[in-house]
Design a protein around this ligand. Structure first.
Ligand code: HH2
Length: 348
């Protein structure tokens, strides 16, 4: 099988033959042709098979009411006692609301989670996870916070309660595999879903993860998950994909995925990147404390934007917003401003 990776350009100069990547802010004149067991070959895009090129060219439809023509920020709100970087900080409802309000000013999506999926984490009971998340979402809506809200869960019952409370997106780190009822909940609710790649469960995922070719294996696995989701009645225009940085991946795996992230545009869907404060940033910077990994996280967020990734999941929303605004200002004269409009992405 042949895979096509656009080589993204964000320079102010526009070569005459440059094609627009996915209706977004990157362009490309060349592609990398990838095959298992072979060194990548660089070709002019015009010489690529049209069937492989067309998913790269099609503008992405809006996702959860958000246009995909600029990088969108997803702010993380972990209502947990044990998340790897902010565990316990937002478990109390007042603290969660303060954080939600602060993030709503700068984020396009607020991602509410009630179960840590850090390596080694143990499962939280459905009732407990629901009690952590649904009331916070309801309180956000009651307080007039109208940003898109995603529920970060692997469990159908938790998702159902969150959607009833006002969430509008399901973010499943197991790509609908953990709970057999999850696909049905998403399909019936008619909401968009984020399918993230992971192997095994958080309890065991870092036990010697192994791939034949991590980039192509993750790509194939996501393609299969997308096909399953479609078969379960979730239309393509409500699906986004995420390579799952740190979920069953070593440092080398994470770096291989990040270096060639733009491959995932070949799936023809919006791509989300979640690397904020993760272990590999600590490994490369020597920063043991996750809450102090913001500078490294900003660099990875910008690298994602430079590869055309449409959504970036972060803890440090205001800082990432500032970094993106400056990155856009200095690389793309005339680019659309990143700051969210007042009413954009509001859940119905
Ligand atoms: N990472 C985490 C949780 N959910 N969802 C998506 N789509 N992509 C990710 O990369 C991702 C995710 C883990 O980070 P965090 O929520 O900060 O920590 P914890 O799982 O310990 O709560």
């Amino acid at each position: 099988m042949t895979y096509l990776r656009p080589i993204p350009l964000t320079d102010a100069a526009r070569p005459a033959d440059a094609l627009v990547l996915a209706g977004g802010w990157c362009r490309f004149t060349h592609v990398e042709v990838l095959e298992r067991g072979r060194a990548p070959v660089v070709l002019p895009a015009a010489e690529a098979p049209p069937s492989l090129l067309s998913p790269l060219l099609a503008p992405r439809p809006d996702f959860a009411g958000l246009s995909m023509d600029r990088p969108r920020l997803m702010g993380i709100l972990n209502v947990t006692p044990d998340s790897f970087s902010d565990g316990g900080l937002f478990l109390k409802p007042e603290a969660a609301m303060m954080q939600a309000r602060a993030m709503a000013a700068q984020a396009d999506i607020l991602d509410v989670g009630g179960e840590s999926t850090r390596p080694g984490a143990v499962e939280v009971a459905v009732d407990e996870e629901t009690a952590r998340t649904a009331p916070v979402i309801a309180a956000m809506r009651a307080a007039g916070i109208d940003r898109a809200v995603s529920i970060d869960t692997r469990k159908a019952a938790v998702a159902r309660a969150a959607l009833a409370a006002g969430a509008g997106i399901v973010n499943d780190v197991t790509a609908l595999q953990f709970d057999a009822a999850m696909a049905g909940v998403v399909a019936a609710a008619g909401v968009p879903v984020i399918l993230m790649h992971s192997i095994a469960t958080p309890a065991t995922m870092q036990d010697a993860p192994d791939y034949d070719d991590v980039l192509l294996d993750v790509y194939d696995a996501l393609a299969a998950r997308v096909a399953e989701a479609e078969a379960a009645g979730i239309p393509r225009d409500r699906i986004a994909v995420d390579p799952g940085i740190g979920f069953g991946k070593t440092l080398a795996h994470n770096l291989a995925l990040l270096a060639r992230l733009s491959l995932f545009h070949s799936l023809g869907l919006p791509v989300l990147l979640g690397a904020s404060r993760k272990r590999f940033i600590g490994t490369l910077t020597g920063e043991e404390e996750a809450a102090r990994r913001m500078p490294g996280s900003l660099a990875v967020a910008l690298a994602g934007a430079a590869q055309g990734v449409q959504m970036i999941r972060v803890h440090d929303v205001a800082e990432t917003r500032a970094a993106l605004t400056l990155w856009q200002a200095v690389t793309q004269t005339g680019a659309k401003q990143t700051k969210p409009d007042a009413k954009e992405g509001a859940n119905p």
